[in-house]
Ligand binder design. Structure first.
Ligand code: HEC
Ligand code: HEC
Ligand code: HEC
Ligand code: HEC
Ligand code: HEC
Ligand code: HEC
Length: 491
């Protein structure tokens, strides 16, 4: 066999025939193969995820470049060799020589193994980027608040991507682009603290929440017991039991009424929010099944509404914190007292605990130390104090994230109306249709819930199925004020 012409053929790129360049070529092939594979898994996978973009468009191309560099390096070395020796020494593979057979065998075998490893590796890295570990922990500081609050939520077993991306290819590209930007922002420390809410273009809830929660199934009432304690010396209980009229979402299951009426498929509720947090809603539009359209406005709002800013109400407009729940300090302390973690026999412990947990701290260690010191000096030598300290420190750690400036204050919650405007963003008795015939009401409390019991001690056992009038613990309480004018969730 001729040396210039292995295999008897004329070589097109004689300089390419060297081991280094060939290894480079295999690397290029493997990385293109891996990128293609990742792209396919991601397109046809159950739920795509943004960070696969890092693998597909960042890591794989880096290997392609490495491969190209090897090819070029091999060729350059080869040219130098040619120049030094004056004549090319081509790569001769003579299969009749055992050494060549062995080398070629190693090369082919090695390349095949490399491709298999690449395929398995990319498949595993794909699953890794989809995992909750990656989403919640890879960028540890940034996502810590979301991760910790999620782990304490009823959705702790639902993967981040199921709510944030959902199935299908359409959201895949969108998520991919923003995912890449997020990685860039994290690496360059350009992310906002706290992470802003709401998410401007979160996928509509029909495609995410409704994978598991089937609106047609919603029905009936739900009884909730809200246990509270007053900030007086004896930490007097003041609790409320409500029957929430959650209601149903499908006509064939009974009348579509109650709280879940808003997201029934029979009609559409849309609104315009005047602020980024969606706390001010001056304009609402209801389109009924028969096509009737009702527009409700706040009295002081006369502007034209740009239709591009109108949002269709979905689950997230009430359940905006299903997974990242920042407990309000008042509620968290109340819960700890109710569960016996904090002994209500300690004088003013409710107000002491909410005070100390809401002080500004720069680190978790500082918070732990100051919480302990404050409670120890308030109740010197009391054997019930260590348990109370542990409970209050726990509340801090689950709900306050000083590095990211994240806590309940910056993440409004839209369910209810006590500490945030919530339902009262629309239900304030002031949003009226243009003919004044229809109002989105508040004063008829029974529209949303029936108050079964309230107060303390024996009062709480006096259930009234027909509902009681609300008795506020303050003597001079004025129902003209909205609850959230006074209540903020903190002391
Ligand atoms: C049950 C569904 C669900 C799951 C599971 C979930 N999230 Fe969320 N997430 C939401 C909703 C709803 C919002 C608020 C959206 C809004 O108001 O626009 C949100 C908001 C966020 C925000 C914006 C900041 C904020 O708190 O409003 C980040 C960041 C985030 N999620 C990350 C994650 C990460 C990381 C995971 C997994 C550890 C995860 N999410 C799991 C539903 C979910
Ligand atoms: C992968 C399935 C899944 C998805 C997606 C999902 N959920 Fe859930 N959700 C559950 C399960 C399971 C529970 C019951 C948890 C329990 O009782 O421990 C639940 C519970 C709830 C509850 C009751 C919580 C409570 O305090 O008892 C609400 C409200 C809720 N989900 C809203 C949502 C919203 C809003 C979304 C979309 C942002 C969503 N879920 C997405 C599975 C899911
Ligand atoms: C108008 C506000 C509003 C909208 C819109 C809304 N919900 Fe609810 N939902 C509530 C309230 C209020 C409750 C009562 C429980 C509570 O206060 O946490 C509730 C209860 C629930 C529960 C718990 C029921 C139980 O038996 O424990 C689930 C699950 C739920 N909603 C899912 C959804 C899903 C999914 C959507 C979107 C299709 C949705 N909700 C839309 C206000 C709303
Ligand atoms: C538009 C519906 C709606 C109307 C009208 C309404 N509420 Fe509520 N209210 C809710 C919902 C929803 C919750 C439950 C919030 C939650 O689960 O966190 C709630 C919770 C409460 C609670 C318990 C809060 C807590 O954390 O202890 C009280 C007390 C209450 N409402 C009183 C009233 C009174 C008094 C009126 C009438 C003046 C009224 N509500 C009118 C929807 C409504
Ligand atoms: C974006 C505005 C908006 C928000 C926010 C809102 N609602 Fe409504 N709600 C409406 C409109 C509009 C109607 C229909 C009023 C009418 O009958 O003219 C309505 C009607 C209702 C009804 C009566 C449904 C029926 O059976 O006919 C209930 C109950 C209700 N809302 C509960 C709630 C609760 C609870 C919340 C908070 C968790 C809430 N709403 C938040 C706009 C809103
Ligand atoms: C004028 C201010 C003001 C308004 C308005 C107001 N509250 Fe209160 N509320 C208070 C004060 C002050 C306390 C006593 C707090 C304490 O002792 O820690 C209190 C206590 C409570 C408690 C028992 C303890 C607790 O912290 O939860 C409930 C429940 C309550 N209010 C519900 C409501 C509801 C529901 C509304 C609206 C319908 C409302 N309040 C409106 C000032 C107000």
């Amino acid at each position: 066999m001729s040396a210039e012409n292995p295999g008897g053929m004329q070589l097109r790129f004689p300089r390419l025939w060297n081991w280094l360049s060939l290894t480079g070529l295999v690397t290029v092939a493997a990385s293109v193969f891996a990128a293609g594979l990742l792209f396919l898994i991601d397109t046809f996978g159950q739920a795509s995820n943004p960070y696969v973009g890092i693998l597909t468009y960042l890591i794989a191309p880096m290997f392609t470049l490495l491969g190209v560099a090897l090819v070029v390096l091999g060729m350059v070395l080869r040219r130098r060799e040619v120049r030094l020796r004056g004549e090319p020494i081509p790569l001769v593979i003579d299969l009749s020589r055992p050494r060549d057979r062995r080398l070629l065998g190693y090369f082919v075998g090695g390349s095949a193994l490399f491709l298999v490893v690449t395929a398995v590796g990319s498949y595993h890295s794909y699953h890794f980027t989809e995992s909750t570990t990656f989403c919640g922990q890879a960028c540890h500081t940034v996502m810590e608040p979301e991760m910790v609050t999620y782990q304490h939520s009823p959705h702790a077993r639902v993967a981040c991507v199921q709510c944030h991306i959902g199935p299908g290819a359409e959201w895949f590209v969108k998520a991919k682009l923003s995912g890449l930007y997020q990685v860039y922002a994290t690496l360059t420390d350009r992310f906002p603290r706290p992470v802003p809410t709401p998410i401007a273009n979160l996928r509509p809830a029909q495609d995410t929440c409704e994978q598991c929660h089937w609106p047609e199934r919603f029905s009936g009432n739900l009884v909730r017991y809200y246990r509270h304690f007053l900030s007086d010396a004896t930490n007097t209980e003041y609790s409320v039991t409500l029957m929430l009229r959650v209601g149903g979402g499908a006509a064939h299951r009974g009348p579509v009424e109650g709280i879940h009426w808003h997201t029934s498929k029979d009609h559409k509720v849309e609104y315009y929010a005047a602020d980024p947090l969606r706390l001010k809603i001056p304009w609402v539009r209801l389109t009924e099944k028969d096509g009737t359209v009702v527009e409700y406005r706040s009295p002081d709002f006369t502007n034209e509404v740009n239709q591009a800013d109108v949002r269709t109400m979905d689950c997230i407009d009430c359940h905006n914190r299903p997974a990242h729940i920042y407990e309000k300090p008042n509620d968290a302390v109340d819960r700890a007292i109710a569960r016996g973690l904090i002994d209500p026999g300690l004088l003013s412990v409710r107000s002491n605990a909410t005070y100390i947990v809401t002080q500004p701290y720069t680190s978790r260690e500082e918070a732990r130390a100051k919480i302990a010191a404050h409670l120890e000096t308030s109740y010197p030598g009391d054997e019930r104090v260590p348990a109370a300290i542990a409970a209050v420190q726990g509340i801090y750690e689950r709900n306050f994230f000083p590095q990211m400036k994240a806590n309940w204050r910056v993440y409004p919650e839209h369910i209810g109306h006590k500490d945030w405007p919530g339902c009262v963003r629309c239900h304030d008795d002031k949003h009226q249709s243009s003919d004044g015939q229809r109002v989105i009401g508040f004063q008829d409390c029974n529209q949303c819930h029936v108050l079964l019991a309230q107060g303390t001690g024996d009062d709480l056992t006096q259930l009234s199925a027909g509902g009681q009038d609300f008795k506020h613990p303050l003597e001079d309480w004025d129902p003209e004020f909205a609850c959230h004018d006074c209540h903020t969730g903190g002391p």
